[in-house]
Design a protein around this ligand. Structure first.
Ligand SMILES: O=P(O)(O)OC[C@@H](O)[C@@H](O)c1c[nH]c2ccccc12
Length: 267
């Protein structure tokens, strides 16, 4: 199949099929009321000092980059490294087949930081299709989920976003063109990320953030995702209006994580 996103989504629907059951909004609200409250993902992305917030991603491999880190890498060790280095939030890939992550990675990280104040918010990075995955994310201690607009129809988006709200989670709407931006805004998205990487063909272009972020409604938190490697890259998307960047590969491979995060924040 030539379109990688279509291939991944087909697999994801198959992977979660055995888990699917009706998940009602009251069930999610009840779980939210009794579970420990995750730190706010949205709040972490808007810095008072106007600097870029860095969402640091834990990603062992990807279809576009191949192997990025050892399969044995401890997600919790990497999360500690990111946090010490000044990351505002974490993105934890929980897709195993294509990205080498697990839900246990997320649970391990959030459990570790629960002992520690202030905690750092985590987004469950996966291909969400059904509210059961939202419940899993909340159980694993996430503060947010990802909604890839391109991969979902409007009913699926509405169901996922409602599930997230009732579960006490924020949602990052991922877009890569004007019509997806319009759809995200119609759904009432409060956090929108431009994926600079075209998930169908894996080409990266920071020009996409420069084109789309200036079109965001003013109240929306703007994130620029993927393909950010240097302070100069971060400066481009910051100038376009990004509040935050989502960075994986460069941070996973950085010999000095703190130096690179500082470079991003001061860009
Ligand atoms: O490693 P990069 O180029 O810094 O990219 C991070 C992140 O944006 C990317 O991993 C990503 C963006 N959207 C996704 C959706 C699913 C899986 C992964 C992603």
């Amino acid at each position: 199949m030539s379109d990688k996103l279509t291939e991944i989504m087909a697999w994801k629907r198959q992977e979660i099929a055995p888990l699917i059951r009706a998940v009602s909004l009251p069930e999610l609200a009840a779980f939210n009321a009794m579970a420990p409250k995750p730190p706010s993902f949205a709040a972490a992305l808007r810095r008072d000092d106007g600097k870029l917030a860095v969402i640091a991603e834990i990603k062992r491999r990807s279809p576009s980059a191949g192997a990025i880190a050892a399969t044995t890498l401890s997600a919790t060790d990497q999360a500690i490294n990111y946090r010490t280095a000044g990351a505002s939030a974490l993105s934890i890939l929980t897709d195993e087949k294509f990205f080498g992550g697990t839900l246990d990675d997320l649970t391990g990280v959030t459990n570790f930081f629960r002992q520690d104040r202030p905690a750092i918010p985590c987004i469950r990075k996966d291909f969400m299709v059904h509210p059961i995955q939202v419940l899993q994310a909340r159980e694993a201690g996430a503060g947010a989920i990802l909604i890839i607009v391109r991969a979902l129809n409007d009913d699926e988006i509405a169901a996922l976003f409602a599930a997230a709200k009732f579960a006490g989670l924020d949602a990052l709407f991922e877009i890569h063109n004007e019509s997806e931006l319009e759809r995200a805004v119609k759904h009432g998205a409060k956090i929108i990320g431009v994926n600079n990487r075209d998930l169908a063909i894996f080409k990266c272009d920071l020009g996409l953030s420069e084109r789309l972020i200036p079109l965001f409604p003013k109240h929306v938190i703007a994130v620029s995702e993927s393909g950010i490697f240097t302070g100069a890259d971060a400066a481009r998307v910051h100038a376009a209006g990004a509040h935050a960047i989502l960075c994986g590969e460069a941070l996973m491979k950085a010999p000095d994580t703190a130096a690179l995060i500082t470079e991003f924040q001061t860009a």
